[in-house]
Design a protein around this ligand. Structure first.
Ligand SMILES: *Cc1c(COP(=O)(O)O)cnc(C)c1O
Length: 379
């Protein structure tokens, strides 16, 4: 078979999508059908051995003691905060440049979100700024492992008072490592998301909490299911946020391939770095020493980003922005009272970042096409 990769001359690349969920599905379609048929035959749609199996597999793969499957990643962060005991009157520190869900989860827990700025080269939380924002009320800091690269959690830990917990937002970092340790095991507890576009994506909404601590896992386990340790016994005021059985089947099938898919993303990131080395006007992402990112997103910085994005789209390159508006500049968080200029690095990132197409099966020819369009656009 002639693929665009094997013969780019005779088969020029036209459109390059931002991501491709169809190809990974084709690799697991048979397993999913068989697994779903089993669930359908038993009509056991909530809970069951599939959920427990996935939780055990994901815990082993991440090197953590406990994985608690949940309805989505935002709930995972909220329930982790609640398990840590945060509520009204408490403060939780998080970066201003993150997906809105991190801040939503804090606000929904009843705690007050305290935003801090990012580092320009990595877009990760500035650990000194986080430490400087600690007050008597601070109970947790949420480093977000943005774009698939872990924050320097051990540096953060060293700067924080002992009683302040670290809750990793690991939604974009499934398989990422820092000094050999997996995202999700770097802090006290972590929340992750299996939204379809994540590195480990379900076929709908799903998420999980990861932790080594028995007490926190038990607390989240109660909260996800109506505060109920046994049927019709309700120990605490809970939620309904369970991991769906059908999703657990998909996640187990995908988990078996995730190391390979992440390796492909790494190879694609290396290829982008090599291609972009010759392009003036595009700043490629920086990787922190000790980090093994999983490249959930490949985010560059350019001047006149909106114009460059338009040119990408005009040339059928599915580029995107993650995220154009830092949390404090959204209407939803106007009540934090942080105007323009409050977090200058996050605001600069919001204006300059551009996410290039990135998915495990992206071809060299597609990446060459992306960089060629980008190079023309920034000229
Ligand atoms: C996707 C994501 C979430 C939320 O996950 P959902 O499953 O969509 O609720 C939280 N934080 C970050 C950084 C994310 O990318």
């Amino acid at each position: 078979m002639t693929t665009p990769e094997s013969n780019p001359e005779s088969n020029p690349v036209e459109a390059v999508p931002f991501l491709d969920l169809a190809t990974p599905h084709s690799e697991i379609a048979d397993e999913v059908s068989a697994g779903w048929a089993e669930v359908l035959a038993k009509t056991a749609f909530v809970g069951g051995p599939q959920v427990k199996a996935f939780e055990a597999e994901y815990a082993a793969w991440s090197g953590v003691q406990h994985v608690v499957g949940l309805g989505n990643g935002t709930d995972a962060i909220e329930l982790a905060l609640r398990a840590l005991g945060l509520g009204p009157g408490d403060e939780a520190i998080l970066p201003a440049n993150t997906f809105i869900a991190t801040a939503e989860a804090v606000a929904r827990s009843g705690a007050t979100p305290v935003l801090v700025d990012a580092d320009l080269d990595t877009a990760l939380i500035n650990v000194e700024a986080a430490a400087a924002a600690v007050t008597d009320r601070t109970r947790a800091v949420l480093p977000v492992h943005l774009y698939g690269q872990t924050a320097a959690v051990e540096q953060l830990r060293a700067l924080l008072p002992e009683h302040v917990a670290i809750l990793e937002d690991a939604a974009q970092s499934q398989g990422a490592k820092r000094n050999g340790v997996s995202a999700g095991k770097l802090g006290d507890i972590a929340g992750t998301s299996f939204y379809p576009g994540k590195n480990l994506g379900a076929y709908g909404d799903a998420g999980a909490v990861l932790t080594d601590r028995d007490d926190l896992a038990a607390a989240v386990g109660l909260l996800r299911d109506h505060g109920s340790p046994r049927k019709y016994e309700h120990a605490v005021l809970g939620f309904n946020s369970r991991l769906d059985t059908l999703q657990a089947v998909v996640l187990s099938a995908k988990l078996r391939r995730l190391d390979g898919w992440n390796a492909n993303r790494r190879a694609a990131a290396d290829r982008y770095a090599a291609l972009l080395a010759g392009v003036d006007g595009v700043v490629a992402p920086t990787v922190l020493a000790g980090n093994e990112p999983v490249w959930h997103l490949y985010v560059v910085r350019v001047q006149e980003r909106d114009r460059v994005l338009k040119e990408c789209h005009a040339n059928k390159i599915g580029a995107s922005i993650h995220y154009p508006t830092p949390v404090h500049r959204t209407e939803a968080f106007a009540n934090l009272g942080k105007g323009a200029g409050s977090f200058p690095v996050s605001e600069q990132l919001g204006e300059e970042i551009l996410s290039l197409p990135m998915f495990p099966n992206i071809t060299a020819a597609q990446q060459e096409r992306v960089v060629s369009v980008l190079a023309d656009a920034v000229k």
